[in-house]
Design a protein around this ligand. Structure first.
Ligand code: ZN
Ligand code: ZN
Length: 293
């Protein structure tokens, strides 16, 4: 499996000379299976560049949306495949309040917020609000979902193929002060042993208590989750829009130091635009090798 990051920033795009290394586009990650199938996690502004590389093929597209906040949907109107006649696009979303027929991706194409209306698109976009599990089964995709602790709700995804697994968990507050959809122990159980965990790591202790309840996790909490769930590699994701390259470099160094002190073999990675992670199965022993390429 190959993971490619097209947008790693949270909340709002942040193009800035101090943020060139990690990038300013919002959430979008492509997961390519070894047999060529693909799923896309979220449709933030990073989706625009991903779309340019998808117009040559005619494969059906599957987008797994975490939720409908702007930083996860704004790339969709600029996603070139939606303008290809007959292109099949399936969108799995948690948004079942407000838009009866259209999910949040298409709902923003109403002629007011964007000049082209959803009903004018020549592609075959289909939104699955409920019952996604049976559609995953039909498409022979081994995907599990879990409710996010985030204002308005949403879903995390765990994708498994050929004994390898990748989990995408954003935006998620591990210890929220109010309504809890998934407890910490349930996260440990859901994520136990995954090869790669991509998790929201937006805040540091300095952001608290002001941002407690905003639906994002502390980096220190996510590190602990990685240890408790015995995962292979932790990818810190959904960086705060104000976090500079040098601050993220420091966070990465601190993270590695902390994980080493726990005597774990967990890899620590800080997501940046263009980063690719290759997962491959060892024929002897059956372990998964995880490489940044
Ligand atoms: Zn977000
Ligand atoms: Zn959000």
């Amino acid at each position: 499996m190959l993971i490619t990051f097209y947008g790693v920033r949270g909340s709002i795009p942040s193009p800035d000379p101090r943020m060139v290394k990690y990038g300013g586009n919002t959430s979008c990650v492509r997961l390519t299976y070894d047999d060529g199938r693909e799923v896309i996690f979220d449709a933030g502004t990073g989706l625009r560049f991903l779309g340019e590389s998808m117009i040559q093929d005619k494969n059906p597209i599957n987008i797994l949306l975490s939720h409908g906040h702007w930083d996860h949907i704004q790339g969709y109107p600029f996603f070139m495949p939606i303008y290809q006649p007959g292109r099949e696009i399936s969108v799995f979303t948690s948004d079942d309040n407000g838009h009866k027929q259209l999910c949040s991706l298409l709902g923003q194409m109403d002629g007011s917020s964007f000049p082209i209306k959803a009903e004018e698109l020549p592609s075959l976009s289909q939104c699955f609000l409920r019952g996604a599990e049976s559609v995953f089964q039909e498409k022979q995709l081994d995907i599990a979902r879990k409710g996010l602790n985030h204002p308005g709700g949403g879903y995390a995804y765990k994708v498994t193929d050929d004994g390898m697994s990748v989990a995408y968990v954003t935006d998620n507050e591990l210890e929220p002060p109010n309504e809890i959809h998934t407890t910490y122990d349930e996260w440990v159980e859901f994520l136990f042993g995954v090869d790669v965990l991509i998790h929201d790591a937006q805040y540091t202790e300095d952001d608290m208590p002001h941002k407690h309840g905003w639906g994002h996790s502390l980096i220190s909490q996510v590190r602990q989750l990685a240890v408790d769930a015995e995962i292979g590699a932790l990818v810190m994701f959904h960086h705060d829009p104000n976090r500079t390259d040098s601050e993220l470099d420091e966070i990465q160094i601190e993270n590695e130091k902390h994980l080493r002190s726990h005597r774990t073999l967990i890899k620590s990675l800080c997501a940046f635009e263009g980063m690719q992670i290759r997962l491959s199965k060892n024929i002897i022993g059956g372990d998964t090798t995880i490489d940044v390429i």
